[in-house]
Design a protein around this ligand. Structure first.
Ligand SMILES: Nc1ncnc2c1ncn2[C@@H]1O[C@H](COP(=O)(O)OP(=O)(O)OP(=O)(O)O)[C@@H](O)[C@H]1O
Length: 234
């Protein structure tokens, strides 16, 4: 569903991504770990079509993002660290508005159901978003992605600043989202969360994917050990 083939991005003389090869299949949650500047956001931005690769390609459902950006974007949804919503609109109004940008419309009850499914409390659906916690805003983001019918979800540090309970709830949502047949690619600094939620984990450093593994193959302690060793030595 998501494939990077020898994806390379240079900013002037600085190479942010070195021939990255990465695949995220349907029903997989791939967590990208790595220190600041490793290239995680650059990778995500290439899939979103926000950045044009210098060499190589980013494919979404087999569609080359550079060749057909609008077509590729029809298949993806994006959740950044803070989901940008209109603060004076309600959660429901935000969902209806953002979904209308796809050119499609659903019945009002369906939108409400999507918000409930994403865990937005009943008494919050018709309240303005300025009263929402960060966790609730992320849930609206998931509802927007679900309404769109996105086959792949890209997330950039979505749980940073969430309390453990909200973070846990968000992980459960992501797992449900992927169990329904979607591919998820998430950049995070949270090793614990990555180990909890991911099916696959990749560690990046200096624009390279230096190792990847199935999440079930490691426990938290081992993952932390592998991460620290790579930061020290590679
Ligand atoms: N628009 C840009 N112009 C120049 N350099 C950039 C640009 N965007 C990113 N970079 C550089 O590319 C490298 C990779 O940055 P990137 O944001 O992808 O890292 P990251 O792994 O997401 O880091 P963080 O964990 O801090 O978010 C860094 O050296 C960064 O300074």
């Amino acid at each position: 569903m998501l494939q990077a083939i020898a994806l390379t991005k240079r900013f002037g003389r600085h190479t942010a991504l070195h021939a990255l090869d990465l695949t995220v299949q349907k029903c997989e949650i791939y967590c990208l770990l790595g220190p600041n500047g490793a290239g995680k956001t650059t990778t995500i931005n290439c899939f979103l079509g926000f950045l044009k690769p210098t060499e190589g390609s980013a494919l979404v459902n087999g569609i080359d993002v550079v060749a057909s950006v609008n077509e590729a974007r029809r298949h993806i949804a994006y959740i950044p660290e803070t989901v940008m919503l209109y603060p004076h609109l309600t959660g429901l109004e935000n969902l209806v508005f953002f979904h209308s940008l796809t050119g499609k419309h659903l019945h009002r009850d369906h939108y409400t159901e999507l918000l409930y499914d994403a865990g937005v409390p009943e008494n919050a659906v018709n309240r303005s978003v300025k009263t929402y916690s960060k966790g609730m805003r992320q849930k609206v983001g998931i509802a927007i992605a679900t309404a769109k019918g996105a086959a792949a979800l890209l997330l950039d540090e979505p749980t940073s600043g969430l309390d453990p309970h909200a973070s846990n709830e968000f992980s459960a949502l992501l797992r449900r989202f992927s169990d329904e047949g979607r591919a998820v690619l998430m950049a995070t600094h949270d090793l614990y969360r990555a180990r909890e939620v991911a099916s696959h984990i990749g560690i990046m450093k200096n624009g390279r994917l230096i190792t990847s593994m199935e999440a079930d193959a490691v426990d938290h302690y081992t993952l932390e050990h592998i991460y620290m060793e790579h930061m020290r030595t590679v």
